[in-house]
Write a protein that binds this ligand. Structure first.
Ligand SMILES: Nc1nc2c(c(=O)[nH]1)N[C@H]1C(S)=C(S)[C@@H](COP(=O)(O)OP(=O)(O)OC[C@H]3O[C@@H](n4cnc5c(N)ncnc54)[C@H](O)[C@@H]3O)O[C@H]1N2
Ligand code: MOO
Length: 498
């Protein structure tokens, strides 16, 4: 390997011919190439943090019956029109209604029903007077109540259908299910909820220097910390990590491992071996692939054709996968600012590439720092994200490409990190031809603005800043950096998923 038999060129030389893509373009390619998850039913109590796969509707009115909002007396409001503490209205109490019970009789003029919070309102009553505004009494030997305040019609009563009408929308397909959604779905009897499957993400660390985490340190060797970090990041993004261990810097071993993983996982993430070193196995492997080309004019025609196909039950990929191949028309439901929105012809190309289990290079360099050698490819139709081995670059590469891919697979409409404008906490003096993503900690300042404190030990190879990072300050490429106090865009890294 490494030698192209057609051109006679030693491809190792190709290690210097790497064209850097802008981050947005690299994201667009990656998001278009990521598959889209099929749906599954999950028990209600486990669906928080998942993405809803179908729009769900109220299966009854809510509340399903008019009910008391307080413990007190169900009355006819008109009977209390002249009531006051000095001259209370006396009403005969004919029954008591507990929550879960139904009243036995209608509340007639001059009578009341003692009622508990949540109980169905008896016929005839139109208001509830709280216990505190009443006193127990007897009238002619029968139980009675003194009502010391005027009640208005509807007071302390939740009418049937106040919040939801039968058939009204609870949540749209694609919604991230919150605990509040879970409550609603429980109320409407959804014991099993249709959600998108969690993408299964194979994680490999390449590097002959790597030791398992449990091993004692040995001269020249370090422990593989990237795999566990990636696994944690995958979980945070809603995916299911499949830890595949470490691979030596041998392209043959890496090639076989990737091919095996492609039939088991929906996405493959590797770390390490993507630079220009003599033992950078991933880079060598990716040099074997043809590079993706922008689709030609007229490819849009193919798009409309593709959108008519049904990929639901495509077996060659579906066998082990949690995925379906989607039609290109689905991608256009993504929000306008999504990198996917541009060029549906591109998506057609991916659909075909995935379907046919193709191999192609998406990019092998990105105009960013850290993580400039970050690479991506399709291998046997599966998206492979080859992140840098340097822990800082690996972390940033995940946040910019892997997290968004995993979220796009669950059909999140805006899968790339959201951003805020923040005050930069320290000079970032060095200009760079690449956009810089600076690990920062966000806080609210006394001035009411968000401040991004640049964390120490922020180099690509460094780890000490990773734990505290909750933002990536974006310093645009150019001859100057950015000064303390300047307003910068900061990508938000904290996303809550189960
Ligand atoms: N001559 C050049 N050298 C380098 C260039 C360059 O342009 N010319 N680029 C540099 C940049 S930028 C980066 S980033 C790194 C990328 O290197 P790789 O992604 O190929 O990663 P490795 O060489 O395999 O490892 C880098 C570093 O990270 C440690 N590492 C690797 N895997 C893990 C892991 N799983 N857990 C913890 N730490 C890991 C590894 O031991 C190295 O120290 O290349 C520069 N070189
Ligand atoms: O691009 Mo590398 O990650 O800067 O050090």
């Amino acid at each position: 390997m490494g030698f192209d038999s057609e051109t006679g060129e030693n491809k190792r030389d190709g290690r210097w011919n790497r064209r850097a893509l802008q981050v947005s373009e690299a994201q667009r390619r990656v998001l278009a190439a990521a598959g889209r998850a099929a749906s599954e039913l999950t028990p209600l109590a486990e669906c928080g943090g998942r993405r809803l796969a179908e729009s769900l509707r109220a299966t009854s009115d809510w509340p399903p019956f008019a009910r008391a909002g307080l413990d007190g007396y169900a009355v006819r409001a008109a009977d209390t029109a002249l009531a006051s503490p000095q001259a209370p209205a006396t009403l005969r109490v004919t029954q008591a209604v507990a929550a879960g019970e139904l009243a036995l009789a209608t509340v007639k003029p001059g009578t009341a029903a003692r009622i508990m919070t949540g109980a169905a309102m008896p016929e005839g009553a139109d208001a509830v007077v709280m216990l505190e505004q009443t006193a127990e009494a007897s009238a002619g030997g029968e139980a009675a109540v003194l009502v010391k305040a005027v009640a208005s019609p509807g007071q302390n009563v939740a009418p049937r259908g106040e919040e939801f009408r039968h058939g009204s929308l609870i949540a749209e397909a694609g919604a991230l299910l919150t605990p509040g959604h879970v409550a609603l779905l429980g109320t409407f009897g959804y014991a099993a909820v249709p959600v998108y499957k969690r993408p299964r993400v194979a994680v490999f660390a390449t590097g002959s220097e790597l030791l398992p985490v449990e091993a004692p340190l040995a001269p020249g060797r370090i422990r593989d910390s990237n795999s566990a970090m990636i696994a944690a990041l995958v979980r945070q993004s809603g995916g299911e990590p499949l830890l595949c261990g470490t691979l030596p810097d041998e392209p043959g071993a890496v090639r076989k491992a990737l091919a095996d993983a492609a039939s088991e996982a929906d996405l493959i993430i590797t770390t390490g071996g993507v630079s220009v070193g003599d033992y950078d196995a991933m880079a060598e492997l990716l040099r074997e692939l043809d590079e993706w080309k922008e689709p030609e004019e007229g490819a849009a025609e193919a798009t409309s054709l593709a959108s008519q196909w049904s990929f639901e039950s495509h077996s060659s990929l579906a066998s082990h996968s949690t995925f379906e191949i989607r039609s290109s028309s689905e991608s256009s439901s993504l929000e306008a600012d999504s990198p996917l929105e541009k060029g549906s012809a591109v998506n057609t190309q991916w659909v075909q590439a995935q379907q046919q289990g193709e191999c192609m290079l998406l990019f092998n360099r990105v105009s960013m720092r850290p993580g400039s050698p970050t690479s991506a490819a399709l291998i046997n139709g599966r998206l492979v994200l080859a992140l840098s081995g340097n822990p800082g670059a690996c972390f940033v590469g995940f946040e910019l490409f892997a997290g968004p891919s995993i979220r796009a697979m669950q059909r999140e409409p805006s899968p790339v990190p959201a951003s805020v404008t923040a005050v930069l906490g320290a000079d970032f003096g060095k200009g760079s031809p690449h956009t810089r993503y600076v690990r920062s900690k966000l806080r609210f300042g006394k001035d009411g603005r968000v401040h991004a404190d640049v964390l120490a030990f922020g180099k690509s190879s460094m780890m000490a800043s990773l734990a505290e990072s909750d933002g990536l300050a974006v310093i645009p490429s150019g001859s100057r950096g950015a000064a303390a106090g300047e307003l910068v865009k900061v990508l938000l890294l904290k996303r809550i998923y189960s």
